[in-house]
Design a protein around this ligand. Structure first.
Ligand SMILES: NC(=O)c1ccc[n+]([C@@H]2O[C@H](COP(=O)([O-])OP(=O)(O)OC[C@H]3O[C@@H](n4cnc5c(N)ncnc54)[C@H](O)[C@@H]3O)[C@@H](O)[C@H]2O)c1
Length: 700
């Protein structure tokens, strides 16, 4: 039976730890909750007790929340509700103890961990950068169920609680103190001493808890009719964009309001019921599935031979190289960014500065952290010494000969024999580049997406001769940058561009047939994509789309012949955002110069306009995407279905609430998809013919 460590000093102050010293991660499993229950009950019986400090097992960890396996395994509303009631009633023992209870927080204090802290009388947080506090439950499709909505709303007021809970925001120590989520900050070494001081202060005044009243706006927007303003603003935000597909934030909104409209016991009961309802939804199951996939992706960087990268040389300071170099510097990698053009380097430096200033002004980063990032990035037209470089990465023009020549130069100029040689190519074979160097096992593709600052996916392209150690090292780096690596084989388009290709091609065909960009984009937004295909084409640029589609056609001529619109848009100089407008204008609002090109292509086709139904659009855009994903699996582009799910959610924004592309295929029915594709192949074009792999899966 699990026992939580409890020590009581001579003055009657107990320190209860949420785990034993050897535990680096603490989550609330049922076993741990019951151990906490026993520990709190034993303390309640103890005579001479003056106060209790609840803290983590050791430095850098308080509690990372409820065990996600537990959340994922609960299937029924009643089971979810009962789990919530059990957890909360255990945490309530902290409030019911007659002595002060102080949470001493360092490291993650999230979800259930934060809910426990909210039942404590005082919260002291370590200033250590690992400290993060908040309730991210809505990101898993559920609501806080262990009292979090009621306690946080009452403590911080409705507007702040809505901001934190509905968005699943985590706060670092200083903002947590400013918002009142913690009462006091402490240097890491004094955390326990400060917590004990808080107990002594309360004990000296014979009090259990600090009385705290809502004041100012927090009061007006929580406890008066002005509350409606905060509620309406939140409701409006939840009805917009992708937010409308997620029920949990809406449920959380109602719960936060309940904190001011009902007695706390009723609020707790309502919260437990809501947790039960949310935990059983397919959305929650889809989001927890995705969470497991992200954890799996992080483990890739722990493979055999994964080495740390301390020093990097990035060659090519354009759109991608500049962004990648900034990401590396931001994570403490000494980075030198080189380009032939001094102008490109100046642009790269100012782009990083702007990005950092924006993050400082949004309080996502402190000034000294921004400065540290800048200090880690040097820009130069020459490579300097390569003697200490761990990673050499090129992001120059998409030209195989240039890339090969540069790799050979890196080796000739003394790049250490164990350094990684990486390319950010989006379409060229990594194996061909490896031919130019003596140690091809260290040549690898590290394919960032545009913009590297925002896009969470990194495809790690494994050539035929790439070593396991190089793959693990690249995955470790991607994880360090806060990205999710997916390992793919060295085949045209890798995973994401290969799946995206039929999707964008078909969107272009639907445009040419007579459908308007606004209509197609609306249908796909309603499906749950973060951006419609026409807007995406404008973002990518028709020049890039054309190049990629040529590579894809060469490899998959049976189904990826580029739509004539691509080349026409390039010829008409309506490339998209980068050229001042494509299908949309340069601000992405009105019609762009590409509409004339589109009209001309339609006229040239000489067939009357035909508009598709919404379901036809989905069948022609999404079903081939599903088919191509399974083809990638069957062709060994990726190793597992999980890679398809994570890769397409993180790479193209496939709706997370659908549980990834395989979750969607399952829910839609593979039989239905195959039948529709067969029908399209018969009535429109053989390019729709489904693969044998998908056909087989439809029967199984
Ligand atoms: N732009 C995208 O959306 C995207 C996405 C993923 C991958 N990629 C890939 O990343 C690579 C770079 O793409 P980009 O969009 O950043 O290109 P870009 O044209 O914006 O930048 C390329 C830079 O490389 C520099 N350069 C060219 N030859 C060089 C040399 N010999 N030494 C040093 N610098 C040199 C150029 O001056 C230019 O600044 C390409 O392989 C591309 O396929 C691009």
């Amino acid at each position: 039976m699990m026992e939580l460590p409890v020590s009581v000093d001579a003055t009657g102050i107990a320190v209860l730890r949420l785990g034993s010293a050897d535990e680096t991660v603490v989550t609330f499993t049922k076993e741990r909750l019951l151990a906490l229950d026993r520990a709190l009950q034993a303390l309640a019986q103890r005579s001479g007790l003056r106060g209790v400090v609840i803290t983590g097992p050791g430095p850098g960890m308080f509690c990372a929340g409820a065990d996600i396996n537990l959340i994922h395994s609960i299937q029924s509303v009643a089971e979810g509700r009962d789990a919530a009631i059990l957890g909360r009633s255990i945490f309530e023992r902290c409030r019911n103890l007659t002595v002060p209870v102080v949470a001493a927080i360092e490291g993650p204090c999230v979800g259930g961990g934060c809910e426990l802290a909210l039942f404590c009388d005082v919260r002291v947080a370590s200033e250590h950068p690992s400290t993060q506090i908040g309730l991210p439950e809505t990101k898993l499709g559920i609501v806080p169920g262990f009292g979090g909505t009621q306690n946080m709303a009452r403590l911080l007021g409705l507007p702040t609680a809505l901001d934190l809970i509905l968005n699943g925001k985590l706060l670092r120590p200083v903002p947590a103190r400013k918002k009142g989520l913690v009462d006091r900050l402490a240097p890491s070494t004094k955390l326990l001493a400060f917590a004990i001081e808080e107990i002594s202060k309360l004990a000296a005044r014979g009090k259990k808890a600090k009385g705290r009243q809502l004041r100012g706006q927090a009061y007006w927007f929580s406890k008066t009719p002005m509350r409606a303003l905060a509620v309406n603003a939140a409701k409006k935000a939840l009805d917009k964009g992708q937010a409308r597909f997620y029920p949990a934030p809406k449920a959380a909104l109602e719960l936060c309001v309940a904190a001011f409209t009902m007695p706390i016991a009723e609020g707790f009961a309502k919260e437990a019921q809501a947790l039960g309802e949310m935990i059983a939804t397919p959305v929650s199951k889809a989001l927890t599935h995705l969470f497991f996939l992200t954890e799996r992706s992080k483990r890739l960087g722990k493979g055999n031979g994964a080495r740390p990268i301390d020093s990097a040389l990035v060659v090519g300071g354009g759109v991608m190289g500049a962004g990648i170099a900034g990401q590396l510097a931001g994570k403490g990698v000494s980075t030198r960014l080189c380009d032939l053009s001094g102008e490109a380097l100046a642009r790269a430096k100012s782009r990083l500065q702007q990005d950092l200033s924006r993050r400082v002004s949004r309080k996502q980063m402190q000034k000294h952290e921004a400065q540290a990032t800048q200090d880690k990035l040097a820009v130069a037209t020459d490579w300097g010494s390569l003697a200490h470089v761990d990673l050499w990465l090129e992001a120059v023009v998409e030209d195989l000969l240039v890339k090969k020549k540069l790799m050979a130069q890196a080796v000739a100029r003394g790049l250490p024999s164990d350094a990684i040689l990486a390319t950010n190519t989006s379409s060229l074979p990594v194996d061909a580049m490896a031919d130019s160097v003596p140690n091809p096992e260290r040549v690898i593709g590290i394919h960032f997406f545009n913009p590297p600052e925002k896009m969470p996916l990194v495809e790690i392209i494994r050539g035929k001769r790439t070593s396991d150690a190089a793959v693990a090292t690249a995955c470790r780096l991607a994880t360090r940058l806060g990205k999710f690596p997916v390992v793919t084989s060295d085949t045209p388009g890798f995973l994401v561009n290969r799946c995206l290709s039929p999707y964008l091609n078909e969107a272009a065909r639907l445009l040419v047939e007579g459908n308007e960009p606004e209509f197609l984009d609306r249908v796909l937004l309603d499906f749950g994509m973060p951006m419609g295909p026409c807007r995406l084409l404008d973002e990518i640029g028709f020049d890039v789309a054309t190049k990629v589609s040529e590579v894809m056609e060469a490899a998959f001529a049976d189904r990826m012949q580029p739509c004539s619109l691509f080349a026409a848009m390039v010829a008409g100089k309506a490339l998209g955002k980068k050229s001042g407008g494509g299908l949309y204008d340069k601000n992405g609002k009105g019609e762009g110069p590409g509409r004339k090109v589109l009209d001309a292509v339609r006229a040239h086709r000489g067939v009357p306009k035909r508009t598709a139904s919404r379901s036809e659009v989905i069948q022609r855009l999404i079903y081939p995407l599903v088919d191509e994903a399974y083809r990638c699996l069957d062709d060994g582009v990726v190793a597992a279905e999980q890679d398809l799910d994570l890769g397409l959610v993180m790479g193209i924004g496939f709706p997370p609430f659908l549980g990834g592309i395989t979750g969607y295929a399952k829910a839609e029915g593979k039989k239905t998809i195959v039948a529709a594709l067969d029908d399209l192949a018969r009535t429109i074009d053989p390019r729709f013919r489904p693969s044998d792999g998908l056909r087989r899966r439809a029967i199984d």
